[in-house]
Design a protein around this ligand. Structure first.
Ligand code: SAH
Length: 214
């Protein structure tokens, strides 16, 4: 895996582009500058890695657009040491951004082939989020509660089970809606059963599906 000056230059430009679209958290922009996104795409697509676009990663899934990764991360208000649960590991890029910001990351993927591919890739990098193969709707009760929960697939409604795995004071970021567009929701757990919800614009994600796939 080669990370050249050219790649670094392209990343600096990408971070600038994401900044110009409204992302203010410098730690996120720094993480974008640091993490070689081309490692997360199949090698024939290297030239696409530093465009602000989503991209296919196999099994009918996509690596999210860098701006979307940054936007969700900003809403999550990540603090160093936060225990973060991500649903939809996909390529692993988002998990690495969170880890670069000092979060302790737990991430679930329902596609076995993607889970295996990403585990193998991250083993070769300095990022080691804890990866799980399973159904994200169930969360990780054994590791709950979490400070933050980030869902990177479109949920038809806010998953109740996951809200229960959020600490009081914690934040969940989830795109809610059907196939074409979803509303990005930021939900703050203000008490054991109290929540504050904020709608933060429209996005398009692949659907969150129940149960595991091969
Ligand atoms: N965060 C990813 C992008 C994810 S795309 C990245 O940085 O690359 C959405 C991912 O969610 C896909 O990989 C899809 O397989 C996964 N997914 C969909 N439903 C799921 C579920 N119920 N549990 C876990 N993962 C799920």
């Amino acid at each position: 895996m080669n990370d050249s000056y050219r790649h670094k230059g392209l990343r600096r430009k990408l971070a600038e582009e994401v900044r110009s679209k409204g992302i203010k958290d410098e730690r996120i922009l720094e993480a974008i500058e640091k993490i070689p996104r081309h490692f997360f795409l199949d090698s024939s697509f290297v030239e696409f890695a530093y465009q602000d676009k989503p991209f296919p990663i196999g099994s009918g899934q996509t690596i999210s657009q860098p701006y979307t990764v940054a936007f969700q991360t900003e809403l999550l208000e990540v603090e160093k040491g936060d225990k973060v649960l991500e649903i939809g590991t996909g390529s692993g890029y988002q998990a690495c951004i969170l880890q670069e910001m000092g979060a302790r990351v737990f991430s679930i993927e329902r596609h076995h082939s993607l889970y295996t591919k990403t585990k193998k890739l991250l083993a070769q990098m300095k990022y080691q989020p804890r990866l799980f193969y399973g159904d994200g709707y169930k969360g990780l009760p054994a590791f709950a509660p979490f400070d933050k929960i980030l869902i990177t697939a479109a949920a038809p409604s806010v998953p109740e089970t996951l809200l229960q795995q959020l600490k009081p004071g914690g934040i969940m970021v989830v795109p809610v809606g059907k196939a074409d567009t979803q509303i990005m929701k930021k939900i703050r757990k203000t008490g054991q059963d109290d929540y504050q919800e904020e709608n933060c614009g429209y996005f398009r994600f692949v659907p969150m599906l129940g149960d595991k796939a091969k």
